[in-house]
Design a protein around this ligand. Structure first.
Ligand code: BGC
Ligand code: CA
Length: 330
């Protein structure tokens, strides 16, 4: 439709139309003068442009949405794989060769570690068993130690008691021995006094207890041939019978003893000094004529007691631990 501006008829159609065209063709003031037609045209032009913009925006938004959906699909496919499994698993099914190698190495490492873990588990189980055994053993040991220490305490106390008893008894025995010695000494003194005061006493026959033998003015007990004792026990036996081991003072007496026992203890021992000899009554040996030839020789440095020699009617030093017959006198 032809439009008229400023009285001129112009056609607004074809490629030559442009909203600025009137401005190019005439000064601005000329459009204002044709007022309403000019404004309607401008508004129409703006609406057209607006519509075009809306169409363009809608089209672009649609495209963007399509690309977005495609992208999401791709991502999902990538993530899930073809059979709905995570993509990593698909990648593991058909991984590239370097990944296969790495996978194999890792698999080997995994197997090695698993084997080590099994071994460690077995070891742990074994150690646990051992630990249990050890705990039980420890408990038993502790118990035993406790019991033993208790026994030790009791035994120590008993030992102390016995020691005290032993010391007391030793003291008592020594006191009794002293008493006995002094009673014997008194008896001998009284006997001498009696003999001196009684002129008939010299002819008085001394009586010996039964199983004792009288020889001269003394009584002798000769041990049974079936019995043998060491020196100390032999002497004890004599003392228990009211006498002591024989003190030989003459050849006659020595021969008398020898005829009753070929070998027997007599009451003579080595003195503390290691050289001299002492009788049971405490007197020192003066007459050395009865030693057998070559005796005393202290063989093996341990012969402190004296026997009637097996070889002759003489004396020999021997170890006090030997067991022989014995002869007592009173
Ligand atoms: C020796 C003694 C010694 C004795 C010990 C004899 O052969 O002559 O001197 O005392 O053995 O058994
Ligand atoms: Ca000897």
């Amino acid at each position: 439709m032809p439009l008229k501006f400023n009285g001129q008829s112009e056609e607004l159609e074809g490629d030559g139309w442009s909203p600025l065209a009137p401005a190019r063709r005439s000064p601005a003031g000329s459009c204002r003068s044709r007022s309403s037609v000019c404004w309607i045209g401008a508004v129409a032009l703006c609406l057209g442009l607006l519509l075009l913009s809306v169409i363009l925006v809608a089209h672009t938004t649609n495209k963007v949405n399509q690309w977005d959906a495609k992208y999401t699909d791709l991502m999902e496919q990538l993530w899930k794989g073809q059979d709905g499994q995570p993509a990593e698993q698909n990648m593991l099914r058909a991984p590239p060769s370097n990944l296969t190698r790495e996978l194999k190495v890792m698999q080997n490492q995994h197997n090695t570690l698993a084997a080590s873990l099994d071994r460690l588990q077995e070891e742990l189980n074994r150690l646990n068993v051992n630990r249990t055994d050890l705990i039980q053993l420890d408990a038993r040991c502790s118990n035993m130690i406790y019991e033993l220490s208790k026994s030790k305490k009791n035994l120590t106390a008993e030992q102390e008691q016995l020691k005290t008893q032993f010391n007391n008894l030793t003291g008592e025995m020594e006191a009794l021995q002293k008493q006995y010695d002094s009673v014997v000494a008194s008896r001998d003194q009284l006997q001498e006094e009696f003999d001196r005061l009684n002129p008939k006493s010299n002819v008085t026959e001394r009586m010996c207890p039964s199983s004792w033998i009288k020889f001269g003015n003394k009584c002798y007990f000769v041990s049974p041939s079936s019995q043998k004792k060491n020196y100390a026990n032999s002497r004890k036996d004599c003392q228990s019978r009211g006498g002591d081991l024989v003190k030989i003072t003459s050849r006659l007496e020595l021969d008398f003893v020898k005829t009753h026992r070929a070998i027997a203890w007599i009451g003579l021992t080595r003195a503390e000094d290691g050289h001299s000899w002492v009788w049971v009554d405490g007197t020192t040996l003066e007459n050395h004529e009865f030693w057998q030839d070559g005796e005393p020789n202290n063989a093996d440095m341990e012969e402190d007691c004296v026997e009637i020699s097996r070889e002759a009617s003489a004396w020999n030093d021997v170890p006090c631990s030997r067991s022989f017959s014995w002869v007592c006198e009173s």
